[in-house]
Design a protein around this ligand. Sequence first.
Ligand code: KIV
Length: 266
Amino acid sequence: MKKVRVSHILQKKRDQEKLLVLTAYDYYFGRLLDEAGVDMILVGDSLGNVFSGHETTLPVTVDQIIYHCQAVCRGAKRSLVVADMPFMSYQVNVDDAKRNAGRLVKEGGAAAVKIEAVSMDVSVFESVVQMGVPVMGHIGFTPQGVHQLGGYRVQGRSEEQVDQLCRLAESLAKAGCFSLVLEMVPSAVAQRISSLVDIPTIGIGAGQYCDGQILVTQDVLGMSFGDAPSFVRPYDQLTDRIRTALSGFQSDVKSLVFPSIDQQFS
Ligand code: KIV
């Protein structure tokens, strides 16, 4: 079992080997994803939606990411664990960003952090990298900017936006980011960015030309309520299966089928 390092992630782009990235918020999925061979596990602030039931990722705190990251790290011995920097943990000033990134590594056990890029100012990214913490950038649709972006929308539709995304991607690579999440951008734009930078691009709703793909694990497994986003392909429908299992338990208890002789002490 060889631990995945940032150098391996960079090498995979050079080798044109697709990177596999999924989210986890607990020990169980940390361990399952690790055993399944994913390269990186993101303790995403999507836990605000998926785990806590919030409408957006905005209420998530650094302490919550640390708590979930610790649990994931107990299960993930091989995959590289990336902790998301939640809203207000890096936006106010660079000192905050450094302190919070440091906490995610020191207390959470993460090997890297992910930061959403909200403007062309990449000084936060540069400073966190310089203090020795690997940074994954996140551009395109950035969920922490949901109110400013006017909802969950594809980014990079106009020439001006595409130009801006390309320049931002180049600046983040120059600032020292080791990878770049591209969320909800047209596949041609993702292709252009992927060939522009020598760090791997990890797409979510960004098409087939990215160097890797990331999805929320619960979406991949069909473990959510209602329809998953259109860019997701669910590989199972676990919500339905869990409901069936729960109703089996309920009817067995009511009809005295459970516990049977095998599930009781004599
Ligand atoms: O928070 C998250 O899970 C994410 C990914 C889905 C990219 O940011």
